[in-house]
Design a protein around this ligand. Structure first.
Ligand code: HEM
Length: 62
């Protein structure tokens, strides 16, 4: 399990390292370890298109 994603739109960093925003969040969802080497979150084969929708949703959470 990962950390809570509640109010993710107000978060400054992704996984404590990467500035939060649409571009970084899409890259994180597609390939977490490419952004934060050694992270425990696995890549799940999410397409960039789907990741864009997921990122938009997460960033809308306040
Ligand atoms: C498409 C599904 C998923 C999405 C959209 C997603 C999204 C995220 C996001 C946005 C974060 C950053 C949280 C933060 O900065 O506090 C995160 C972290 C994390 N996620 Fe996921 N996640 C998904 C699936 C998973 C799965 C299936 C697992 C485990 C089996 C997982 C494990 C983790 C872990 C361990 C972290 C903390 C990473 C770290 O701090 O290095 N995630 N996830």
């Amino acid at each position: 399990m990962g950390p809570t994603l509640a109010a993710f739109g107000r978060r400054s960093y992704i996984a404590g390292h990467v500035p939060n925003g649409p571009d970084h969040l899409v890259r994180w969802i597609v390939a977490p370890a490419a952004l934060v080497p050694g992270t425990l979150m696995p890549a799940m084969g999410v397409s960039p298109d789907d990741a864009r929708d997921m990122a938009a949703y997460l960033l809308s959470l306040e």
